[in-house]
Design a binder for this molecule. Structure first.
Ligand code: GTP
Length: 301
């Protein structure tokens, strides 16, 4: 059977339990380890790709219950399912755990086969949630709209636009040397950088009708209905500045010591041609912006 790999965080203060659980799961999944509640929170905050947490309840310092309360209090982590693995085996303890929002409760000593099956059950829910988010037009990582939603919006705006509505502009934004960023700082930091870029793009001085989405990977797209080339190019420049002023260090970029973006844009009022022709034109300009040195905006009027 082909099993999709997920990232599982195992939190236990006892070495033997961490070892047993990792050995049990690492054949099919990527296992990350934390030795304390404090370390668990650090790991999840640094690594937004954690899909599931196996959490010990009784630990010195921060207890599993405290960790779960903290996870539930943050928008970024409240949906990560948590399975308590504990030697507290009274019905009351189980009720407390589930009431705090745990997805499941397993008592020690645990049966390896049962742990594996319960983990797979919860990972199935994780996959279903991701599919639902995609269908709902959401990008799971950055929490902005996804490509699917962008294509719907482009088609709708393109159909709606016509004589008198003015030209429409589109910009494709691509992070420079992002492969090097990931290679140097790690995938988790890469994810954080993409989230920060998404926030900078969606927090700009946009009108309600302007639209931003994650186009895929390290590419984003913005749509400016009714906006001529000059205005849209200016907006794109302000987006480029907004990302640069995040001042995210990028020691392996050949263009700047911080994270930058290249932007290709295009403007058209030829609503007889298909909407995606505008995207293709913007993409060509992005390609040129990369070839001409990156960290710049190039536009086709
Ligand atoms: N961390 C992280 N990395 C991603 C994600 N999606 C795509 N990437 C990475 O983005 C990188 C894109 O690399 P390339 O297409 O070679 O482009 P680049 O290194 O940015 O180079 P230029 O665009 O030419 O400046 C790849 O290493 C992908 O693995 C993601 O969701 N998270």
């Amino acid at each position: 059977m082909m099993v999709e790999r997920h990232r599982i965080l195992v939190v236990d203060d006892e070495r033997i339990n961490r070892k047993l659980l990792s050995e049990l799961l690492e054949e099919h999944h990527d296992v990350v380890i934390a030795k304390s509640g404090e370390q668990a929170l650090e790991r999840v905050q640094a690594d937004s790709a954690v899909d599931l947490i196996l959490l010990d309840v009784v630990m010195p310092g921060m207890s599993g219950h405290d960790v779960l309360r903290r996870l539930k209090a943050s928008d970024a982590t409240k949906d990560v399912p948590v399975i308590f693995i504990t030697s507290l085996n009274s019905v009351d303890d189980e009720e407390i755990g589930l009431d705090l929002g745990a997805a499941d409760y397993i008592t020690k000593p645990f049966h390896p086969g049962i742990v594996r099956l319960r983990v797979e059950n919860h990972l199935r829910f994780v996959r279903q949630r991701k599919i639902l988010e995609t269908l709902a037009g959401r990008d799971c990582l950055t929490e902005i709209d996804n490509r699917r939603r962008f294509e719907e919006v482009l088609e709708r705006e393109w159909r709606r636009a016509g004589r008198g509505s003015g030209p429409m502009s589109v910009a494709i934004i691509d992070v420079d040397y992002f492969k090097q960023y990931n290679d140097h700082y790690g995938h988790a930091r890469g994810d954080q950088a993409l989230k920060a870029v998404a926030k900078a793009l969606s927090g700009g001085p946009n009108r309600a009708s302007d639209f931003v989405a994650r186009y895929g990977g390290e590419e984003f797209v913005m749509l400016f209905p009714g906006t001529p080339a000059d205005g849209a190019r200016e907006l794109a420049e302000s987006v480029r500045h907004a990302v640069a002023s995040l001042a995210i260090p990028h020691a392996h970029s050949a263009v700047a010591p911080h994270l930058t973006v290249s932007i290709g844009g295009a403007t058209s009022d030829d609503y007889q041609s298909p909407g995606h022709a505008l995207i293709e034109a913007a993409d060509t300009m992005l390609y040129r912006a990369k070839a001409e040195g990156r960290n710049r905006v190039l536009w086709r009027d």
